[in-house]
Design a protein around this ligand. Sequence first.
Ligand SMILES: [Zn+2]
Length: 389
Amino acid sequence: MATLFTGIGELWTFDPAHDGPLRDAALVVDDGVVAWTGPASGAPDADERVDVGGRAVLPGWVDSHTHLVFDGDRSSEFEARMAGEGYAAGGIAVTTGATRAASDERLRSLLEARLAEAYRGGTTTVETKTGYGLTVDDEVRSARIAAELADEVTFLGAHLVPEGWDADEYVDLVIGDMLEAVRPHVGWMDVFCEEGAFTVEQSRRVLDAGRRAGLGLRVHGNQLGHSGGVALAVEMGAASVDHVNFLSADDVEALAASDTVSTILPACDLSTRVQFAPARQLLDAGATVAIASNCNPGTSYTSSMNFCVGTAVLQQYLTLEEALRAATVGGARALRRGDVGSLTVGSRADLHVLDAPAAIHLAYRPGMPLTHAVFRGGRSLDTPRESAG
Ligand SMILES: [Zn+2]
């Protein structure tokens, strides 16, 4: 069945054939994919017609970096940090304890609730990671539950060296028994390459093992300092290196010359009060930039991509178009996905209808409830996920 979406005030397709948004546009969805886009006056007939009343329509957000499988509350740690205490990578241990203690059912329902929140905010593709188990059994459990519900699942056994472990021996476990057990549930391997987590050499071992197991590679790098994570990600051909707050001129040049996406995490930068990632500099150099939420309980407890996009415009000097592109096409590139992130003909019909005539409202009216409706594969996400399919 074909559905015509018409009355679109501003349509952002990110079709390379169009420059910028189409005004007074229409879009046809057939069998869950985009079948036609163009001026409303030239729209073809369809079985069903949805008039969006002059609102702006974007591709659904592609959130390529989240940590949603966890239990436990860290609001008091956050409150203390806001009052002046420093952030250290060790706070992850608090979440690890609570996650290990949670039942499967509880972890699943927490993940479902967090995904539902993300979808309500216009996100239609979500990557999420393990990394709060850090034992073979707990990492497998997180991966299995994530794989039931999320689009893309990443193995982040190398999130932190658990208490009582020697770092090199823990890396042996991650790339040995843990990787073998988790492998059936995941598509990606990730490592936190940072002082207080894993060195460049340890991170290289992790990524190399992931590559040999057939996984795509991602890196948490250069968040807290010049960790060497960016250079390593480029060297290893990672799909994305995320955080990228501290970059040398060589790092920027290497990213621009590579296929490795630079993923910025504006909400995390705000929540940790680090210097914002130099996204403007990356774009000017020709790098591909993605925006993701990094939703996690320690450093960025929000999955609001509307907020991240607004922040990237307001604080990181991206143009509206650059920010929208980074949070859609950029996220898809960071996940090496060609089927989502744009509304070109043949793409999955993931539509984000804003309660605004133009997408600049995301930065112009920050914090306002601007998501009017969300469609994934042409289907409205107003209905609960389990009855949608
Ligand atoms: Zn992260």
